[in-house]
Design a protein around this ligand. Structure first.
Ligand code: DGY
Length: 365
């Protein structure tokens, strides 16, 4: 199950998942052609807005075959330019994490047929508003699982083994290795790793960690995952309380929703082991950052590794940055050339499918 899930993105990108099979392709081509007949002025039947000037070329090339492209050119993208260029488009490839809400949808107009984000998380989308207007929305989960999982493992080791603090010791002339017990950290071997959220990214992290001889995976999700994957990953579904009290490493890999916002607060930190390491590769708002600061400063928990914070960008004077026992990255989980290019490809396929009324590769609802 896990392997099938992880390889889905590769199949999609190679075009061998049936998406580019002759049946579907010819159906789409004929729909695109019939659309063209209805638009006498243009050989390309659909107009699609690309909301960010740096969307990878893989996605642009795909859309360009059959769509007239309108592109936001300002960087960072200006909302005013977007609101002006969005008028009358049939599709949107949403390239950033800006609010996608009623203002945008109103500006586009009622002909809008298809939207895809270029992200897995869609917390910046007013989903109720998109659903109310019955506009198909796609996103790009799965394809980034491996890149984010690699980064999560890096953070887990970096935080547990005090990389940031070690670097600071060197810079400040405090390399005190004459101590026998200097800079001791937490072992990954034989540890219990607890996942808050255990979808594709969480499972990809657990798969990697099995190579580090961990003892057990615990996870908290709404629904139990399939038995085969549980067995493969030595994973057990537990209540949140048990996850907190038993885990040596707690990894947040859940979407940001009203139910997950602020769940990691002082109450949660007080239940964790004082040797525990918290990793967040999901969304910053799932953690109450003031409470995290207190928990780290008082050594209530051992360390944290964050790829996501609230707000982003984190102000350079954030008190979190004064701590030794935290490592913070600027939300770069999916930031590899291949992953971003694949995300653009899938987003473009989503948009194209939505335009002709086909089910998207990765629909968000
Ligand atoms: C996502 O896709 O949600 C990741 O956080 C990268 O943006």
């Amino acid at each position: 199950m896990l392997n099938r899930f992880i390889s889905l993105s590769a199949l999609i990108v190679k075009g061998s998942c049936g998406f580019q099979g002759p049946g579907l392709l010819s159906k789409r081509q004929s729909l695109l052609k019939s659309g063209a007949k209805n638009k006498t002025m243009s050989a390309k039947p659909f107009k699609v807005l690309i909301t960010h000037p740096e969307v990878p070329q893989s996605g642009i090339d795909l859309l360009n075959e059959n769509c007239e492209l309108v592109r936001v050119e300002s960087l960072p993208p200006k909302r005013s330019e977007l609101l002006q260029k969005i008028r009358g488009v049939d599709g949107i490839l949403w390239g950033g994490h800006e609010a996608l809400n009623a203002e945008v949808l109103d500006a586009a107009g009622p002909q809008l047929k298809s939207i895809s984000t270029m992200s897995a998380g869609i917390d910046y989308v007013d989903l109720d508003e998109v659903k109310r207007r019955k506009i198909p929305l796609g996103h790009t989960p799965t394809v980034l699982d491996n890149a984010v999982a690699d980064l999560a493992v890096g953070l887990l080791i970096a935080a547990g083994r005090r990389f940031h603090e070690g670097r600071k010791k060197i810079e400040t002339g405090n390399w005190e290795n004459y101590h026998l017990n200097w800079m001791l950290g937490q072992d990954v071997r034989d540890s219990v790793v607890g996942f808050y959220g255990f979808g594709g990214i969480g499972q990809a992290i657990a798969k990697r960690l099995s190579g580090f001889d961990i003892d057990q995976v615990l996870y908290t999700t709404r629904r139990r995952i399939d038995r085969e994957t549980e067995k493969e990953l030595n994973a057990k579904k537990v209540e949140f309380n048990e996850l907190l009290t038993k885990s040596d490493f707690v990894v947040i890999a859940a979407p940001l929703t009203a139910a997950t916002q602020g769940v990691f607060n002082a109450t949660a930190f007080n239940k964790m082991k004082n040797t525990a390491v918290l990793i967040n590769i999901a969304r910053g708002k799932i953690v109450n950052q003031n409470d995290l600061y207190d928990a780290l400063r008082s050594n209530r928990i051992f360390a944290a590794g964050l790829d996501v914070v609230d707000p982003e960008p984190l102000p350079p004077n954030s008190k979190l940055l004064t701590l030794d026992n935290i490592i913070i990255l600027p939300h770069i989980g999916s930031a590899t050339n291949r992953t971003r290019s694949d995300m653009a490809t899938i987003a473009a396929h989503n948009v194209l499918r939505g335009l002709v009324g086909e089910r998207m590769l990765s629909p968000a609802y």
